[in-house]
Design a protein around this ligand. Sequence first.
Ligand SMILES: *Cc1c(COP(=O)(O)O)cnc(C)c1O
Length: 665
Amino acid sequence: MPITPLRQPNGEWLRLEIALPGYSVWLRAWQVQVGRVKLYLLDSNDAANFPAHRGITSELYGGGPELRLKQEMLLGIGGWRLLAALGIKPDVCHLNEGHAAFAVLERARSFMQEIKQPFEVALAATRAGNLFTTHTAVAAGFDRFTPALIEQYLGHYATDELGISLHDLLALGRENSNDATESFNMAYLAIRGSGSVNGVSRLHGKVSRHLFESLFPHWPEDEVPVGHVTNGVHMPTWDSAAADELWTKASGKDRWLGKSETLEQDIRRVSDDTLWQFRLATSKSLVEYARERLAQHYAAAGASSETVEEAKHLFDPNALTLGFARRFATYKRPNLLLHDPERLLRLLSNPQRPVQLIIAGKAHPADLAGKALIQKWIQFIRRPDVRPHAIFLSDYDMHLTGRLVQGVDVWLNTPRRPWEACGTSGMKVLVNGGINLSELDGWWAEAFVPDLGWALGDGQEHGSDPSWDAAEAEALYERLEREVIPEFYTRNEKGIPTAWVARMRESMARLTPQFSANRAVCEYTEQHYLPAAIACQSRVANKGAFGKQMVDWRHSLDQKWGTLNFGEVKVATRDGKHIIEVQVGLHGLDPKAVRVELYADGIKDGPLVRLEMTCLHPLADESGGYAFSATVPATRPPADYTARVMPRCDGVAIPLEDPRILWQR
Ligand SMILES: *Cc1c(COP(=O)(O)O)cnc(C)c1O
């Protein structure tokens, strides 16, 4: 593998020392060359460490919260220190999930040292360069640590290194800074330490706004500052050799570079015949692969030679192949298709329209429910009447995924909405001409259009209601029996299923570019990385002068915010317009430190109205107040509008960096 120890100029292995309570852990660093990208790995398996600490980085999701906290400290703090040791000073730090969030503390700490300013200033300046991407759709997915554990592991780091109290450190990971019992949430720390936040699909953005709503009290859920960048997959990794040839003929060798604007049109020009021959060839190679792999598996398990021989002849390269492969977690409902085993068997074994099913997947070793779901499938597949029609391939990994996504006709995905934050396996079939049949969840909720695949569900959430699961299983069978199977087997005089091929072509043309890593990386670059780099550079310039200015602004707000109040409201209506004027008591606060807005809910799910009110003049009374005004069309009654005040400082993200808000009513 292209992996080497990372060495210092003098040839010694690069080592970092991280202080944990009562001892240090030494980390060794490795370098992996991934194309033109360098991937650095941190490793505690060093003879300098106590045996008990050598395994800290050995496995993911093992042990309890204490091990997890150690791992996250090594990753976040160690990760940032490694970059410093290598002389790498990135503007942008992209936190994928909250696990690495301690990096925001370490980043601020190292900047503190550089500028000799307090932590508050350093964090205000550097956070603009951090981007937090959240990946989970449920609150239980965030890592949380008890205050006692944080005190034990990070108490000294807070007071000695960051120069802040334990209370202030804990506040960064809490909803309510004064609740001494509240645990420390890594996702909250990531939010408090970042300049922007995103989810991984449109639906997940919405779900995340709901999950983080409590950090932005009194803000409408729609304005919770979490956007989305939908994931995409790296097409050249997942396409088959045959797919590569087809796309190269249609669109050239450089098609995955740049913005791929012509791909959609290019693939539309490919004939039915070419597409269908391509599909048949890839189906055939999947069937051959599955036979071989199953035969090897049987042989290794000591099965009889008849069983091994039988495996070598299973399946028909011309039959419809359904694929289902994923982690067997209960929310993925991997047994939805097994809801009515007899109906499933009838569907698979119809001699006129045979269907074959390939299943693969693993459960987490500690997930007993997930493992039980795998057992259910294995039991079903072992039945002699089922055996010719369904196989389970063990050792699910990227290689197996690769083979499956290259050859299946239909990729099934049946998660329980809205638990699939994005889901990516279905994107991997697009380039290969596979078609998705999936729950309207994650990426499919934004990708699905009727002429390029099939959908399950009503686009609503139903919790874990068993009767809804039953109804969805029913709908899944119906869709297969009435739509998918007939469309696959309805052939023209040349034996081509024209409606199927048309659907396949639309899926390839419209979805492949949209759900490719190119699109995702362009979006991250344009919407996040470049703005973050610019913002960060301007905040850290002149020894963090802007960070200092922000802290002064925040302190002046701290002093005055509690005294702000709304006074009289006047409405004048003329020429089809309402001129709305409000008085706001600022009690000495600079009117430029706040933004006064006129707000109205959207009409029928339409966009909400946010209009900045202009400061007209100071009031002649004692309140230190000002009059603000805005003009809106008189198409809505003035009572629809309400004024609100929020902090304002140019270049500062509100409400992300300061969630205060005061409503007129
Ligand atoms: C693509 C892939 C996944 C992720 O698939 P989801 O649909 O997001 O669950 C998981 N494991 C492997 C091996 C994969 O290749």
